[in-house]
Design a binder for this molecule. Structure first.
Ligand code: FES
Ligand SMILES: [Fe+2]
Length: 412
């Protein structure tokens, strides 16, 4: 625990966590320093809930998919015989092989990390020496091990992580103890209820490695300030209601201690707005929305690992995790009502819908890469924030709570 000391002094971080009208950015070292990355990983990601995907990806017992937490911890997300979702380490408890790795790979892939995979199975057999684990991670087969005096098979299992499902998303935690997630998002229950998120189905999640710090991505996703400027050529957001007046009116709930929800509800310039060249939603509205709801968007960050954008016809979700100081892994998809997913031309519309978002990312991604490089410059600032940068100060406030707790725990 003694190692949990921020290499960037917390008094340098604190000015970033003030109310937005007096806040500045986080110190550049928070985006570039290797030692700070290790501190942040321990303070934030080892202690909180991490989103790995949607429960609808594994509807039947035996269905599973894999994920890698923080770039180093491979896990299996599996539905067991009782219909419950387990998240467990895929590190074999014999010699640390990844039990879901293929038994052989072509020469061009010899030195690649084990690939992510999904499917349906009765158990997981490690390809190395064939130790076999059931869907709850119990060791059920270990060839020849009965010859070893004192070997007790039932004492060995794949390490289990805490699991919680929230609105159809699957979260797990590496922490030994973590407060339940749902109650810490209660401030958003009402604004999310109209979307019936847990009933929506996801498109096949896409995975993308991004060469910048995870905070650069999260901040940009939630940044209202750049929409009118960087994306001016794409979309007229001028009528989008992101004014401070509205923020203070309570559309964006203040950050409560212990909460993991940042964001809120915005009003768009017209009904059924869509982020594609037609500027209108390409799919029918989510049936549970009222006429008034169709003017709104809800952007929510379930810190530190899930970003959601709710629109009138669909929901965009992005799980993000750090894998290094300047490496983040994003897994993302779109949620639709089942009735929409059954439309005859759904695939064709989806292609347009996805391309529509890519036009924004054609602008966002290069900016993120350049900002990451900029943070490493000797001239990188702790610059003053715009009032429309409110998310940056809220995120800093949220992080500060974790950094302080980590240092407190270290000093205890
Ligand atoms: S490493 Fe898995 S069985 Fe030996
Ligand atoms: Fe953007």
């Amino acid at each position: 625990m003694a190692s949990l000391r921020s290499p960037v002094p917390l008094e340098d971080i604190e000015p970033a966590a003030r109310p937005v009208d007096v806040a500045v950015g986080l110190p550049p070292a928070c985006y570039t320093d290797e030692e700070f990355y290790r501190f942040e990983k321990a303070a934030v990601f080892d202690t909180e809930w991490l989103c790995v995907g949607r429960s609808s990806q594994i509807p039947e017992p035996g269905d599973y998919f894999t994920a890698t937490l923080l770039g180093t911890e491979p896990v299996i997300v599996v539905r067991n015989r009782d219909g419950r979702i387990n998240v467990m380490s895929s590190i074999c408890q014999h010699r640390a092989m990844c039990v879901t790795a293929p038994a052989e790979r072509p020469k061009a892939e010899w030195f690649d990390p084990p690939p992510e995979c999904s499917g349906s199975t009765r158990n997981f057999r490690c390809p190395y020496h064939w130790w076999t684990y059931d869907l709850d991670g119990r060791l059920i087969g270990a060839p020849e091990m009965h010859q070893r005096p004192g070997f007790v098979r039932s004492e060995i299992s794949l390490p289990q992580l805490a699991v919680e499902e929230w609105q159809g998303f699957v979260f797990c935690s590496l922490a030994a103890e973590v407060a339940p997630l749902g109650p810490r998002l209660a401030a958003f229950d009402e604004m999310l209820a109209v979307y019936c998120l847990d009933e929506l189905v996801t498109t096949e999640p896409a995975r993308l490695e991004m060469p910048f710090n995870w905070k650069i991505f999260a901040e940009n996703f939630m940044d209202a300030y750049h929409s009118l400027r960087l994306h001016a050529s794409l979309y007229d957001f001028t009528e989008a209601d992101t004014s401070k007046e509205t923020l203070l009116a309570g559309t964006f709930p203040p950050l409560e201690p212990g909460s993991v929800g940042l964001g809120g509800k915005g009003r768009t310039g017209f009904k059924d707005r869509g982020m594609n060249p037609t500027q209108s939603a390409l799919f029918p509205p989510i049936p549970t929305l009222s006429d008034d709801d169709r003017w709104n968007v809800v952007y929510l960050y379930v810190a530190p690992s899930l970003l959601i954008g709710c629109h009138s016809d669909s929901v965009h979700w992005t799980a993000v995790q750090p894998a290094g100081t300047d490496l983040s892994i994003m897994t993302s998809g779109f949620l639709f009502p089942e009735s929409t997913a059954k439309l005859k031309l759904f695939d064709q519309l989806l292609e347009q819908h996805e391309r529509g978002l890519d036009y924004f990312w054609d602008q966002d991604m290069p900016v993120a890469v350049a900002s990451q490089r900029g943070m490493a410059s000797r001239f990188a600032p702790q610059g003053p924030l715009s009032l429309q940068d409110f998310f940056r100060s809220q995120l800093a406030e949220w992080l500060m709570e974790r950094y302080r707790a980590a240092e407190g725990a270290a000093g205890a």
